[in-house]
Design a protein around this ligand. Structure first.
Ligand SMILES: *[C@@H]1O[C@H](CO)[C@@H](O)[C@H](O)[C@H]1NC(C)=O
Ligand SMILES: *[C@@H]1O[C@H](CO)[C@@H](O)[C@H](O)[C@H]1NC(C)=O
Ligand SMILES: *[C@@H]1O[C@H](CO)[C@@H](O)[C@H](O)[C@H]1NC(C)=O
Ligand SMILES: *[C@@H]1O[C@H](CO)[C@@H](O)[C@H](O)[C@H]1NC(C)=O
Ligand SMILES: *[C@@H]1O[C@H](CO)[C@@H](O)[C@H](O)[C@H]1NC(C)=O
Ligand SMILES: *[C@@H]1O[C@H](CO)[C@@H](O)[C@H](O)[C@H]1NC(C)=O
Ligand SMILES: *[C@@H]1O[C@H](CO)[C@@H](O)[C@H](O)[C@H]1NC(C)=O
Length: 920
């Protein structure tokens, strides 16, 4: 949902501008953010004169190794020309297989009695506690020696090694003996240590600016008291030999990270930004400070573990990528990942921050939402019309106005008099419901009073309950940073959900959005559990909220169903417990176009369960845009149609043919491919792999794909899609690597590579009229689908599978299938099916099981009732019959070869949970 407080204050002004863009004046630019401007200026001055000795050195006498926690320690000394010296404790460890390097630089602050007593004087160092899945254990440091002016440290178990220079703070990071990353190569390390305003002049470096160190001159934030004065941290990282960086969601920008020189840096600052500006680096709802570098030989990743307001500059000076990270406060805590491919980087990153949750199967179906379905009969009408029109969907959504006067955990009594009845009616039809619950609670009712009574509200700077304005008017905000806050919040769901398994929760406005707050959020000097300023924790706030929601629901459901939680704001680690979406987008073509790179960026940063509102939340889409948006949106891992309350109704049953059937076909295609999607979700849960997968993740050595972000693969399936995102398009070209590709719709070969040579076709042209989604199936893959229409995912469980075999130039292909009960946690104790199919040399197709559930019901119907083989690329001939071995049975089945491109075996009588062979 959207709001900007100035819509009310400056209605006329906003009205003029609201149709086109976000009201940018509400948000700072780098030069109105004190620490961003200061650090950019410092960077400029330092680089202008790099002849003088570094202000930061390592104190050799402080070096020590801790064998218990496998860590290297030393003090970084900051030398200020006035004679002041500061000791900044530095710690370094090797994690996982030793190819993950983590270091931190903290500041020991001596107690100052001029600081408000309600504040913790320590720098906030607990972002990792929220972002990481567990506290990671380090592997032993086995190599350590001093060579000239540097310390060389390595871990036996790994291909990585670092060199730490003593007379400047500089770290070379080697991977397989190649210099992969350099820390502080440009000497941009800047640690703004604690000092009083009076002594500030003694504490400045000559290259530093003192702009806005003790007050904030941005238009709306003069009330920020900034008790600690300047406390930013900043550091530069060079990705050596990497000319392409990715990740850093969420920005309405290209997938490949752009240079920021002469423009705004990328900003990470959770903000409520309806109509965010497409093609900019402005902050949005989600914030994941993680980037990946890729080249032909290897990959590298960087995770800046800091939840404060953060800006990042990027530059590609030729042959490498330079990045400059600036955070308003917190400590420097950095994790670097080294591997051969970007997929391995994402794997290592999600090993640390947690794997994306495996949603219940219903949650990966189609979601029908609107702000707002007015009442129970409105909901049931939409439901029955969806069914009549054969538009499958799993979950219907209620936005803000289902509540009683916007008081969360209540229902509007006349509209939803009996929620249990509604949920039962939906449940009986195989559907679910998701309702909105925000972290702000209207002042003076049971839930807000409980928060205040338990002392778990966000506090204002004097340590009293913080009151701000949001939907219900004056509100308090839950503070889920304390254990008690998390429990109180989680328990609120107990009497709201009552164990109703088909009820999911949508945590919105959790940046948090505060209508009368600076940049529409909580004041930076408001206070959280432990006495930490909001300034230090802002970007991770939403994670603490939706994680508490998830934990509450998980307790209530106790394994009987997987909780479904959608969150708008998110941080590194959010993937463990929630899905997300790209927030309040607009029904126009540029938002459709940008949704693809946005979802790709989230997918490489672990946040794979993501989508964009179809067909744009704000404004009324034209018919052609609606059609194209469904055709693109069916590929989003999170597939939801949603619309703002001021738009016209646009449920798909309202459309006229042929538009109606185009949209129906798109939604039904998602359901036909649910087994493929669910398998992709399973793998994402296993190793973090993207579900909407960028070209560069599938073909990491093909750097000609480096900037391609308008086409993508679906997991490992070999399905390659290029949705149409431009008006009046009837033809497109898909960029491909060497190989064999078939048109997904009829298996007609589109590009043929011979066994010993590669063709030089780089693009495949495809007709793309309004009725057609450009989709290829790459040779070498076998996909699983279901072909009937059913009204929701649960009814597909009884349907048999179809296998589609797309041979490569050698006549080989393979694929896999994951299935479980789609609902409970029984898969965690082995109740799931995982099968692998392989096709060899046009001679044999085999099914092998890697895991079979002991509970026969757990995987649904496993019958494979049809097998389709793409034959258009094949010189070998397929006979009229095939021989099948299944269990102890052997039999012969006919092959239908009436199509020029497909050989079809119907009723082969083989099962996905058994081992079998088919000989051609
Ligand atoms: C560069 O820094 C050195 C040492 O601080 C100083 O002596 C010199 O004047 C500086 N040069 C310029 C051009 O600022
Ligand atoms: C993370 O990696 C470590 C070591 O490589 C391994 O022991 C651990 O099981 C992994 N954890 C997850 C969640 O994959
Ligand atoms: C944060 O710093 C405190 C005090 O130095 C230390 O006890 C604690 O372990 C640190 N926490 C983390 C997560 O590093
Ligand atoms: C759960 O029970 C409470 C108390 O009886 C009721 O107010 C609420 O509506 C119920 N919720 C659902 C989803 O049935
Ligand atoms: C802090 O909140 C209390 C109410 O909880 C209010 O009376 C007081 O004025 C607020 N102080 C500041 C500085 O905002
Ligand atoms: C939760 O589920 C477990 C395993 O099914 C069961 O043993 C336990 O009693 C359940 N706990 C509650 C509170 O229902
Ligand atoms: C949309 O919802 C907001 C918040 O409840 C309300 O102020 C506005 O009047 C609604 N608009 C319409 C057209 O219902």
């Amino acid at each position: 949902m959207q709001f900007s407080r100035f819509l009310q204050l400056f209605f006329f002004w906003s009205h003029l501008h609201a149709v086109s863009a976000f009201d940018q004046y509400l948000l700072r630019k780098c030069n109105t953010a004190g620490f961003c401007k200061r650090n950019r200026q410092y960077a400029e001055n330092i680089q202008r004169n790099n002849t003088h000795p570094s202000y930061y050195v390592i104190d050799e006498s402080s070096i020590r190794y801790d064998g218990n926690e496998n860590s290297f320690h030393a003090n970084v000394i900051k030398n200020i020309p006035s004679g002041i010296k500061l000791e900044l404790p530095f710690k370094l460890q090797f994690l996982q297989d030793g190819n993950v390097v983590r270091f931190s630089i903290d500041e020991i602050r001596s107690y100052k009695d001029y600081l408000p007593k309600v504040l913790n004087q320590r720098r906030y160092n607990e972002t990792s506690k929220w972002a990481f899945a567990d506290s990671p254990s380090a592997v032993p440091i086995t190599e350590r020696k001093k060579v000239e002016n540097k310390i060389v440290i390595g871990s036996n178990s790994s291909d990585s090694r670092i060199e730490l220079f003593l007379d400047s703070f500089l770290i070379n990071v080697y991977w397989k003996n190649q210099l992969s990353m350099v820390v502080n190569e440009r000497s941009l390390l800047n640690y703004e240590h604690l000092r009083s305003k009076d002594e500030n002049f003694k504490n400045l470096l000559p290259e530093e600016s003192d702009f806005d160190m003790f007050h904030d001159s941005f238009n709306y934030s003069r009330s920020d008291t900034m008790p600690f004065g300047p406390e930013s941290v900043s550091l530069d990282f060079t990705f050596n030999e990497f000319e392409n960086l990715y990740g850093l969601p969420e920005h309405p920008a290209s997938f490949r990270i752009e240079e920021t020189i002469g423009g705004e840096p990328y900003r990470l600052f959770a903000a409520d930004v309806p109509r965010y500006d497409v093609g900019t680096r402005m902050p949005t709802y989600g914030n994941i400070p993680f980037v990946i570098g890729n080249n032909e030989k290897s990959a590298a990743g960087l995770f800046w573990v800091n939840a404060a307001d953060t800006w990042i500059d990027f530059k590609y000076p030729g042959g490498k990528a330079q990045s400059h990270w600036m955070s308003e406060t917190g400590i420097i805590d950095v994790v670097m990942f080294l591997a051969d491919t970007p997929m391995e980087i994402t794997d290592k990153y999600t090993n640390l921050t947690g794997r994306p949750t495996l949603p219940k199967e219903a949650a990966i179906g189609h979601h029908q939402s609107r702000w707002n379905y007015y009442n129970e009969s409105d909901v049931m009408n939409v439901d029955s019309n969806m069914e009549k029109g054969e538009f499958p969907y799993d979950i219907i959504w209620l936005d803000l106005d289902y509540t009683d006067e916007k008081k969360f955990f209540t229902w509007k009594p006349d509209a939803f008099p009996n929620p249990a009845r509604l949920l039962k009616r939906l449940g009986d039809l195989g559907r679910g419901l998701v309702v909105l619950i925000d972290p702000h609670l209207k002042k003076d009712y049971y839930y807000s009073n409980t928060v205040v009574k338990n002392d778990v509200a966000i506090k204002n700077r004097t340590g009293q309950t913080f009151f701000g304005t949001c939907w219900p008017g004056v509100s308090v905000w839950i503070d889920t940073f304390s254990e008690l806050g998390g429990k109180v919040w989680g328990n609120f769901y107990r009497n709201f959900v009552n164990g109703t398994k088909n009820l999911g929760i949508w945590n919105d406005m959790d940046e948090p959005s505060v209508f009368d707050g600076i940049e529409t959020t909580a004041p930076k000097n408001s206070i959280h559990a432990g006495g930490f300023e909001h300034r230090a924790v802002h970007n991770v706030y939403s994670l603490t909220v939706h994680q508490a929601t998830y934990n509450g629901l998980a307790n209530i459901f106790n394994g009987t169903t997987r909780p479904f939680v959608l969150t708008r704001s998110h941080f590194a680690g959010s993937q463990r417990t929630a899905g997300t979406w790209t927030g309040d987008n607009v029904a126009s073509w540029n938002y459709l176009q940008i949704s693809i790179p946005m979802v790709l960026s989230s997918n490489v940063a672990g946040m794979s369960f993501t989508g964009a509102d179809i067909a744009g939340f704000l404004d009324n889409p034209e018919d052609e845009l609606i059609i194209r948006w469904y055709q693109a949106g069916l590929w989003y891992p999170f597939f939801r149609a949603h619309a703002q309350n001021e738009t016209r109704r646009r449920e798909p049953f309202l459309f006229k043919d042929p538009m109606r059937s185009y949209v129906r076909n798109a939604i039904q295609l998602r359901y036909h491919l649910l087994p493929t999607f669910y398998t992709a979700f399973f793998k994402s849960n296993l190793n973090g792999s993207p579900i909407m997968k960028p070209m560069i993740f599938e073909k990491p050595k093909h750097t000609n794909f480096a900037a391609v972000d308008d086409q993508f693969y679906v997991g490992d399936s070999g399905i390659l899609v290029k949705p149409i995102v431009k008006k009046n398009t009837s033809f497109t070209q898909i960029q491909v690597a060497d190989g064999v590709y078939y048109d997904f719709h009829n298996l007609k070969p589109q590009k043929i590579a011979s066994k010993n040579g590669t063709s030089d076709i780089k693009y495949i042209g495809i007709a793309a009229g309004l009725d057609k989604i450009p989709i290829l199936l790459e040779g070498g893959h076998i996909i699983t689908k279901r072909e009937s229409y059913r009204k929701s995912s649960v009814f597909y469980r009884n349907d048999p599978y179809t296998l589609v075999v797309a041979p490569d130039a050698f006549g080989n292909a393979c694929g896999d299938l994951y299935a479980d009960d789609g609902e409970t946690w029984a898969h965690k104790s082995g109740q799931y099916l995982y099968s692998v199919f392989s096709f060899q040399d046009f001679r044999c197709l085999m099914g092998n099981t890697a895991n079979v559930p002991s509970n026969h019901e757990a995987a649904g119907n496993t019958l494979i009732d049809k097998i389709v083989i793409a034959i258009g690329n094949n010189n070998a001939s397929i006979g009229d019959t095939v021989k099948i071995n299944s269990g102890d049975q052997q039999y012969t089945v006919n092959v239908d070869k009436s199509s020029p491109y497909e050989a079809i075996i119907t009723h082969p009588m083989v099962y996905a949970n058994e081992t079998w062979q088919i000989y051609f």
